[in-house]
Design a protein around this ligand. Structure first.
Ligand code: TRH
Length: 389
C-alpha cells in the first residue's frame, strides 16, 4: 500500500487488533459503519487479523489488501506500517497501541489529530469519573483521550445504529421470526416451544441445564452458533462432535448448530428467540436491543475481576424487577458464570420468564433514550477539534 494510492486521509481512522475473540473487531466494525452511514464520515479501519475479521464480514473473503465494504475503507494492519497521513480523529480500540511511525506522523501534523482510546464497556460506577479524561504522551505533543461506553448519560453510551430499533420492529411486525424459522426448517414447532440462542464461552456444567430442559414440561429449540461452547454442547448430547448443520434431539430439546454469520444475520437470530445467551461485549449489547430475556456470559478476567462488572450490571438491570424475578435473574447469571448450580437456577428463572420478557422491553426503551456511542464520540471529538462546537 503506497501513500500515492491514498491521496487524502479519511476523516477518521480506527485501529483494531482482533485478540482471541470477535468482540473487539465486532465493536470496531459496527462503529466504523455507523460513522459512515449515520454521520456521513469517511472512515478507515485497520485490522491485524484479516482471516478472523472475514468471519464477521464475509465480503472480505478473497481480498488480501485494502478494500471498501459498506463504505468503510478496510486496510490490513501489518508491520512495517506504511507511511500514511493520519486522519483528523484516530481511534485506538481497547488500548491496542498505535504504530510508532503513525504516532510520529500524528505529532507532525499542523493540527494534532484527536486521539481516542476506546475502552471496554462496564456498568461500574467509576466509569463516569474516567470517561473523557486525557493523558498527554510522555514525549510527543499528543493527548490520548479515554472514551468509555456505558449505561448512563455521563458515559459514552452504547452503539446503536440510527435505524436499528425500527428495523427490529419491522422484522417482528412482518413475521420475521416465522420466516426465519421456516427458512431454517423449523416450521412445525409446538406453540409452547421456548426458542433459545446460545453464544457462549466454554460451559463445563452445561449438561445439567440440557438435562433439565430435556426432562422439562415445555419443548426447547436450542440454536447454537459455531464457537467455543460447542464441545460442551456435544458432551451434553453425548455426541462425539458437532458442526454447523448438526441437528440432534434429546427429550424435549431439539438442537441445531448454526453457521457463524455476519452481524446483521446474528441480530435477526436474537430478534427471533425467546431467550438469548450472549457473551463478551457486543452480543451482550445486541441482546439488550433485541428486548428479550438474555443471559450474559461475561469475559473472564484475572482474579475474578469480571464478577464486579457482572454484579454492577445486574444491579442496574434488576432494579426494575420485583424481588423474585431479580433474584432469579441474578441467580441464573451467577450460575452461568460458574457460581451456583444451573438446574435449580433454571427452574427459578423459567418461572419468571414472562416478567423478564416485559422488563426487557422497558429496559431497552430506557437505554434507547440515551444518545448512542457513535454520536457521543463524534460530538466529543468535534468539541476537541473546535471547542466552540
Ligand atoms: O467474541 P467475544 O467473546 O468478544 C470478547 C469481548 O468483546 C471482550 O470484551 C473482549 O475482551 C474479548 O472478546 C477479547 O463476544 P462479543 O463481544 O459478543 O463479540 C462477538 C461478535 O461476533 C459480535 O460482534 C457478534 C458477532 N457474531 C456474528 O457476527 N455472527 C455470529 O454468528 C455470532 C454468533 C456472533
Amino acid at each position: 500500500m503506497t501513500e500515492s494510492s491514498r491521496p487524502c486521509p479519511p476523516d477518521w481512522e480506527i485501529f483494531c487488533q482482533v485478540v482471541d475473540n470477535f468482540g473487539d473487531i465486532g465493536v470496531c466494525w459496527r462503529l466504523a459503519r455507523s460513522l459512515v452511514t449515520d454521520h456521513g464520515l469517511s472512515v478507515r479501519l485497520w485490522v491485524d487479523d484479516w482471516h478472523a475479521f472475514a468471519r464477521l464480514c464475509p465480503a472480505l473473503t478473497g481480498h488480501v489488501g485494502r478494500v471498501f465494504v459498506d463504505g468503510v475503507e478496510l486496510c490490513p494492519w501489518h508491520e512495517p506500517f506504511p507511511a500514511v497521513e493520519p486522519a483528523s480523529v484516530v481511534v485506538e480500540a481497547f488500548g491496542c497501541a498505535l504504530p510508532a511511525l503513525h504516532l510520529e506522523a500524528m505529532a507532525n501534523r499542523p493540527v494534532a489529530p484527536v486521539w481516542i482510546n476506546l475502552e471496554y464497556l462496564s456498568a461500574e460506577s467509576w466509569v463516569t469519573g474516567c470517561h473523557g479524561l486525557g493523558s498527554p504522551h510522555p514525549q510527543l505533543p499528543l493527548v490520548r483521550h479515554f472514551f468509555f461506553p456505558g449505561f448512563e448519560a455521563k458515559t459514552g453510551g452504547l452503539l446503536r445504529e440510527a435505524g436499528l430499533l425500527a428495523e427490529r420492529d419491522r422484522f417482528r411486525q412482518r413475521g420475521g421470526r416465522e420466516t426465519w424459522l421456516g427458512e431454517h426448517g423449523f416450521d412445525a414447532l409446538a406453540a409452547d416451544t421456548l426458542i433459545v440462542s446460545m453464544f457462549a464461552y466454554e460451559q463445563p456444567a452445561l449438561a445439567d441445564l440440557i438435562s433439565a430442559w430435556a426432562g422439562g414440561e415445555h419443548p426447547v429449540l436450542l440454536l447454537v452458533p459455531e464457537g467455543r461452547v460447542l464441545a460442551d454442547v456435544a458432551r451434553a448430547f453425548a455426541c462425539p462432535a458437532l458442526e454447523a448443520g448438526s441437528r440432534l434431539r434429546m427429550g424435549k430439546v431439539e438442537l441445531a448448530v448454526l453457521p457463524f454469520t455476519d452481524q446483521a444475520s446474528y441480530d435477526r437470530l436474537l430478534w427471533s428467540c425467546d431467550l438469548n445467551f450472549v457473551r463478551g461485549e457486543d452480543s451482550f449489547v445486541r441482546a439488550q436491543w433485541a428486548a428479550r430475556p438474555f443471559v450474559w456470559h461475561i469475559y473472564p478476567q484475572q482474579d475474578n475481576a469480571h464478577f464486579d462488572k457482572l454484579e454492577a450490571f445486574l444491579a442496574r438491570y434488576c432494579s426494575g424487577l420485583d424481588t423474585a424475578a431479580a433474584s432469579a435473574v441474578a441467580g441464573f447469571w451467577r450460575a452461568w458464570n460458574g457460581r451456583g448450580g444451573l438446574a435449580p437456577a433454571w427452574s427459578a428463572l423459567r418461572a419468571v420468564l414472562p416478567a423478564i420478557d416485559a422488563h426487557a422491553g422497558v429496559w431497552c426503551s430506557g437505554l434507547s433514550a440515551q444518545t448512542d456511542l457513535a454520536s457521543n464520540l463524534r460530538q466529543f471529538c468535534n468539541h476537541i477539534l473546535d471547542p466552540r462546537e
